[in-house]
Design a protein around this ligand. Structure first.
Ligand code: AMP
Ligand code: MG
Length: 335
């Protein structure tokens, strides 16, 4: 065999090895980076999961179980839930995890100067948002409002005392779910995932992804801006959720603890970005109540970034959020 023949043979061997390696890579990648998606209803909202990783299917099942368990702890609408029992007994001895949630709720309530108040359950029920909505009598609101208040709640170790009102995790449950789901993804060594629980999204993994900020005047599928981020939680609170109209006036579900009425300020939605899902969720509600200036200060205090959208389509972004934000609807203006 001449020199040319040997070279050809070596070339063919290399080509064959490369081909086998490429096929092996795709087989390996297919097995170890499988993608699984599912959409389901829980915690009174739509949950969607998209996971890429070795045990993607197993992870989806685990997430469904985890969310159901969390709902059975946090819901006020089942008499057997831990929160319902706390409400019935005006406190109790909490599990470590639930105590941790309450510590966060107390912290956000205090730092927001009471704009966030997790004891407004009875006031929200009076309005009947999402069920049988009605504008209540002012006297009724004031009576319930005088009974509640986060400052009547004390937590000593795991011992909780509730001095009045009804505990409501509505403003933070979706974010707590994201934190619990993140633990499942970490344990399963998932590569990347996008999890959405109502208005709260977890972008898991190093790859940057784009999350839409919902059009406050359009349907749920339409966005007016995008945030390009990786490995973080993004929560949005808006007055377009759980709202109703009576005598030409719109009432929505985010309550001003000072009045017991839906918040009336310049805002229509607030989006908060945080590593911690519970903080992003709680702060989106708190910042909505506080308005742009005080809301931005609260976000800063928690090391979070935020995007505020006003009713007249102005967009305010904190310094860290602005470079990640792209406004896609030109009727909105970044200030
Ligand atoms: P979100 O959609 O996360 O902004 O949460 C709104 C939910 O939080 C409402 O449906 C109520 O259950 C509850 N909520 C309303 N007003 C407040 C408030 N000022 N502080 C804390 N929770 C609130
Ligand atoms: Mg919230």
């Amino acid at each position: 065999m001449g020199g040319d023949g040997v070279l050809k043979k070596i070339g063919a061997i290399f080509a064959a090895v490369a081909a086998v390696a490429i096929v092996a890579f795709f087989v390996w990648d297919g097995v170890f980076n499988k993608t699984a998606s599912k959409e389901f209803f829980a915690m009174d909202t739509v949950i969607s999961v998209k996971i890429t990783g070795k045990d993607a299917d197993k992870c989806v099942a685990e997430i469904e179980k985890c969310v159901a368990e969390l709902d059975s702890i946090l819901t006020r609408h089942k008499t057997t839930s831990e929160i319902s029992i706390i409400n019935k007994n005006s406190g109790g001895n909490l599990s470590d995890k639930t105590a941790e949630y309450f510590r966060l709720l107390l912290d956000v309530s205090k730092k927001s100067g009471g704009a966030f108040d997790f004891t407004l359950g009875a006031v929200s029920d009076l309005w009947g948002f999402g069920k049988n909505p009605v504008v209540p009598e002012v006297a009724e609101i004031q009576k319930l409002l005088s009974e509640c208040g986060y400052n009547k709640v004390t937590l000593s170790g795991n011992e909780l005392t509730v001095g009045g009102g009804i505990i409501d995790f509505g403003a933070v449950g979706k974010g707590i779910a994201l934190d619990e789901i993140r633990s499942i993804l970490e344990n399963a060594k998932v590569k990347e995932a996008v999890i959405s629980v109502g208005g709260s999204v977890l972008l898991y993994g190093e790859k940057e992804a784009s999350v839409g900020i919902r059009d406050p005047y359009g349907n749920a599928g339409r966005s007016i801006a995008t945030l390009s981020l990786a490995d973080t939680c993004i929560s949005t609170s808006g007055s377009y959720e759980r709202c109703f109209e009576e005598n030409g006036k719109t009432y929505h579900h985010i309550i001003d603890p000072k009045t017991g009425f839906p918040v009336e300020n310049e805002l229509i939605s607030v989006t908060v970005i945080s590593q911690n899902g519970a903080i992003s969720d709680a702060l989106s509600t708190a910042c909505f109540v506080l308005g742009v200036e005080k809301g931005a200060a609260l976000a800063k205090e928690f090391g979070c970034e935020a995007v505020f959208i006003t009713k007249d389509k102005r967009v305010y972004a904190t310094d860290g959020a602005a470079p990640k934000l792209e406004i896609t609807d030109t009727s909105y203006t970044l200030i």
